[in-house]
Each structure stands twice: as structure tokens, then as C-alpha cells.
Ligand binder design. Structure first.
Ligand code: ZN
Length: 307
């Protein structure tokens, strides 16, 4: 790893993270991410370029607008640092290759979608659909090397050179990942809606998984969906549990209820609260997709050996 290149890639990540913050705010509101230039959402004062330097400006201004002193969410700082860190991690993991470019683009899109989903419960088409197209295009340059490549490479007898053959197979893998990733979430969403009567996953999640599938291929897409379901359920359960504990304590202290009755009633209300609360499942899908492209292959190899 070359230190100079690493620093440049990190700085580029910070700059892209800064742009991503603009996208997270503007895309779900149907505003252009490019024009007009940044304004304080509070007082509408234009933000000068020297107050728009990634990370530094936020820290120097103490997380406040220079003009009106309104609080600026630390999300700006977090997204910039995370984008920089992920770009750097891609370089450390894949070296100075086209794969690094592919996974930097993928990480950029996923971070944007994760934070947009967490803040607004929306996964804008303006991120997922270009992302899907980009994932398919990249498959022709960086091998996805999944089920189709492994099963068809010997069986397929096309009158083309090896260099073209792997690109065709890689493209098949990308399309297969996109189609099955989307179908899986669509099916799970339909089952969830029937069973619980509320929408757990929307079309945003379906398009998000089509994008993830195009970048990762089938195996890692399935792994992403399973890991996201497990981490999402664990998060849901721990939320119910902590709400239950808090409400039980409040009932005992404030209303002087006997402990047993307080526990039962608090459990009832915690369950109702969870049912009304819509979990942003895209956060878990996106987060696990990032874990999958770094560690998924290694994990699957370890898992097969275990069986
Ligand atoms: Zn302001």
C-alpha cells in the first residue's frame, strides 16, 4: 500500500462524502443535488466554500451555522469520515485496481442509501436505479465470478475468446444477482404484509437489493439478505426489550403498580409500539452489503469447511 495514494484516496473519500451529504438531504425532497449551492436549512444563508470543507469546517464551527448558530447534525461529519474510511478500506483490500473503483462507487451509493433510509424512511430511485445500471456495467470490467461463471464456463461453447467469455459470464452473474435479490425481497415483503398487516419492506428495498445483486452476484446477495434479517431482528428485539424495561420501571415508580402487573402491561404497550414503528430495513441491507463485499467470500469459504 502506497501512503501517498492512500492519503489521496482518503481525501477523495472525504470530498465524495461531502457531496453525499447534499444528496442525503436533497434527493428525498426532490431537489437537485448540484444546484443551487449549499444553504443553511434554517436561515437560508449561503454557505461559503471555506465553511464547506469536509470534516474541518464542521469541527471549527462547533457543529453550528456561522450565520444563525443553528445546530448542524453530526451526520455531516459521520458520513464524510465513513466515506473516507471506506474508500481507504477498498484500496487496502483490493489494491490499486479497477475493483477498488467499483467498490468505492458501491460503498458511496450504499452509505447514501443507508443514511437517507434512516432519516426519511425513503430509498430514492435516483440512487438505486443508476446504482443498478452501474453495477451491471462494472460486471463487464471487474469479474463478479459467481454461480453462472462457475457452472457455465465449461459447458458454454461460444465462438469467442476467453477474454470476452468471462465478461459475458460475469454479466450473467450480475443480472442473476439483481433479479434474484429483488425477487427475494419482493417475496419476503409480500409474506410480511400478509402475516403482520403492515408493510415491512417496500419497493425501495426491492430496488436496493437489485442494485446490491448487480454489484455482488447471487451468493453474496443471499448472504446479505440473511445477515440483514438476523441483525434487523436482533435490533427489533433489543428495542422491544429496552422499551419494556423502561416502561415497567416507570409504571412501578410513577403509578405504584405491583411489579407483576406493571411488567405485563408494559410488555403489551412495547409490542404495540414496535408494530407501529416502521424499521428502516434498508439500513440493515445496506450495512450488511458493505460487510459482505469485504468479508463475504472469506466467510462462505469458512462456512463450507465447517459443514
Ligand atoms: Zn443558518
Amino acid at each position: 500500500m502506497d501512503l501517498g495514494i492512500a492519503l489521496e484516496i482518503f481525501a477523495m473519500g472525504l470530498a465524495f462524502g461531502s457531496f453525499l451529504n447534499v444528496c442525503v438531504y436533497r434527493l428525498p425532497r426532490d431537489l437537485s443535488p448540484i444546484l443551487p449551492s449549499s444553504k443553511c436549512p434554517h436561515c437560508n444563508a449561503e454557505i461559503h466554500f471555506y465553511d464547506n470543507i469536509p470534516v474541518l469546517s464542521w469541527i471549527l464551527l462547533g457543529g453550528r451555522c456561522r450565520n444563525c448558530q443553528a445546530h448542524i447534525t453530526p451526520r455531516y461529519l459521520i458520513v464524510e469520515l465513513l466515506t473516507g474510511a471506506l474508500f481507504l478500506a477498498c484500496y487496502a483490500h483490493f489494491g490499486f485496481t479497477l475493483a477498488t473503483l467499483k467498490y468505492c462507487a458501491f460503498a458511496f451509493l450504499l452509505l447514501g442509501l443507508i443514511f437517507t433510509d434512516a432519516e426519511t424512511h425513503l430509498l430514492p430511485d435516483k440512487m438505486t436505479l443508476p446504482g443498478l445500471a452501474l453495477g451491471i456495467v462494472f460486471s463487464v470490467f471487474v469479474p463478479v465470478n459467481d454461480v453462472a461463471s462457475q457452472l457455465l464456463s465449461g459447458a458454454l461453447n461460444l465462438p469467442v475468446s476467453d477474454d470476452i467469455l468471462w465478461r459475458i459470464l460475469s454479466l450473467c452473474d450480475s443480472l442473476l444477482g439483481a433479479a434474484i435479490g429483488a425477487a427475494f425481497i419482493y417475496g419476503a415483503g409480500a409474506i410480511y404484509l400478509r402475516a403482520r398487516g403492515v408493510e415491512g419492506m417496500g419497493f425501495g428495498d426491492v430496488k436496493l437489493m437489485a442494485m446490491v445483486g448487480a454489484f455482488l452476484g447471487l451468493k453474496l446477495t443471499i448472504l446479505t439478505i440473511f445477515a440483514a434479517s438476523i441483525s434487523g431482528s436482533m435490533f427489533g428485539l433489543s428495542t422491544v426489550f429496552s422499551v419494556w424495561m423502561k416502561r415497567t420501571r416507570r409504571r412501578i415508580q410513577r403509578f405504584q403498580e405491583p411489579a407483576r402487573e406493571a411488567r405485563a402491561r408494559a410488555w403489551e404497550s412495547a409490542r404495540i409500539a414496535l408494530r407501529r414503528h416502521q424499521m428502516p430495513f434498508g439500513v440493515f441491507l445496506g450495512g450488511m452489503a458493505i460487510v459482505a463485499f469485504f468479508f463475504g467470500d472469506e466467510f462462505l469459504r469458512w462456512y463450507w469447511r465447517l459443514l
